[in-house]
Design a protein around this ligand. Structure first.
Ligand code: PLP
Length: 393
């Protein structure tokens, strides 16, 4: 008898994350000595707030065993997060509904595991952050794409859901949105929560880009409902991507299941990082300066990039992304991003990461970097586009 082949699970056949592949190619070019401008990855170039760094140094200087924390997080951090909802949104959040997670990424995994069964469906905006879909596929939960492109004013189109044969068990929204930067206005958020309540749809609201808005502030779903799972983290506004501290605000009935899942999945988020992170919530002065830089970078891109490149771009009212419609130049965003990287050293992300249907016409640029980098990138892209257009003429 032939030996049985070692098994690989079906769920391991996930689509690649193109942003990471572009990053790998850009890194290889950089290592070979080329001057690369990184507009492909959504992370601030600035460091964690100064007082968080100072706090971490003293925690390290204690030279003691930094053991596990309890699964739902250090009580002081959970309390500070609850107070943040009072400070920012004037919403009361009981501490026992706060869970500290390892980035918001594990909060999604916990939410899917705690609230949904295999075979359940979750609707998610298209375009949208690819990890939602990939994680669901890995868990046997079926992602159902909810149009949120240019034809729908870049907003998740709930009317479509009403026409589906089967209402999904869950709905994810993100505001400000990745990759479009679109913010859901408070009135629309109220309608979405009402729709979910009326139809028994569990809402997951990704609020990771809160604090980064250029026109109107984003409201929390908790203003309108206690049934939603609200996910957030220190990665974006707080400029602490690699610290891997996120959180979720859970409905009462999910607190015990989430605690049991967290105990088994990762035991606890890193204890020293949790301790140091508490100070981050009192650093608005420093962090708002980063936000001013993003606003300035955003203006540079909007004012200097050629219209053929920006095209019918999404509104970009928040987060730090410009989702450009490059259809006047190419209908293959992967090839276009590769050509742009090769010719100019500017790394961007092809839209196919965020939208498998129409993403071939879009490119995402992150403007979270230093202003000099954004200025130089805009100039290189403009030259590249001018050459491409004159070659085509
Ligand atoms: C919309 C959105 N949600 C969640 C995440 C995950 O972030 P983290 O795990 O660092 O909190 C990201 C990261 O880019 C994102 O863009």
């Amino acid at each position: 008898m032939l030996p049985r082949k070692l098994k690989i699970a079906q769920r391991s056949h996930l689509p690649p994350f193109m942003a990471m592949e572009v990053m790998a190619k850009a890194a290889a070019m950089e290592q070979a000595g080329q001057d690369i401008l990184h507009l492909e990855i959504g992370q601030p170039s600035s460091s964690a707030p100064k007082s968080v760094m100072a706090g971490m140094s003293s925690i390290m200087a204690e030279q003691r065993n930094h053991g596990y924390a309890v699964a739902l997080g250090l009580p002081e951090l959970r309390e500070r997060i609850a107070r943040h909802y009072q400070d920012w949104y004037d919403v009361d959040v009981p501490v026992d509904r706060v869970a500290v997670t390892v980035g918001s990424s594990t909060a999604f995994a916990l939410s899917f595991m705690a609230a949904f069964d295999e075979g359940d469906q979750i609707a998610l905006p298209n375009p949208g952050y690819p990890a939602y879909r990939n994680l669901m596929l890995g868990m046997g939960v079926e992602p159902v794409m909810l149009p949120a492109g240019v034809d729908d004013g870049w907003m998740p189109n709930l009317k479509q859901m009403e026409r589906w044969d089967r209402l999904p068990e869950g709905l994810i929204i993100a505001s400000p949105h990745n990759p479009t930067g679109v913010i859901i206005a408070a009135d629309e958020l109220r309608e979405i929560t009402a729709f979910c309540r009326a139809n028994g749809v569990r809402l997951i609201s990704d609020e990771i880009y809160h604090g980064l808005s250029y026109q109107t502030r984003a409201e929390t779903a908790l203003k309108f409902t206690d049934d939603a799972i609200v996910v957030n983290s220190l990665s974006k506004y707080f400029s602490m991507t690699g610290w891997r501290i996120g959180w979720m605000i859970m409905p009462d009935e999910l607190a015990a299941p989430v605690e049991r899942l967290a105990q088994n999945l990762y035991i606890s988020a890193p204890t020293p990082n949790q301790r140091a992170a508490i100070a981050a919530f009192d650093c608005a002065e420093e962090l708002d300066l980063h936000c001013e830089r993003y606003a300035h970078n955003r203006e540079i891109l909007l004012n200097t990039l050629p219209s053929a490149f920006i095209g019918n771009a999404a509104p970009c009212d928040g987060a730090f992304y410009l989702y450009c419609d490059i259809s006047a130049l190419s209908d293959d965003s992967i090839a276009f991003a590769a050509d742009l990287l090769e010719a100019t050293g500017v790394a961007t992300t092809p839209g196919v990461d965020f939208d498998q249907e129409n993403g071939h016409r879009y490119l995402r640029l992150s403007f979270a970097g230093a202003t000099e980098v954004i200025e130089e990138a805009a100039s290189r892209i403009s030259d590249f586009v001018a050459k491409r257009l004159s070659n085509a003429a």
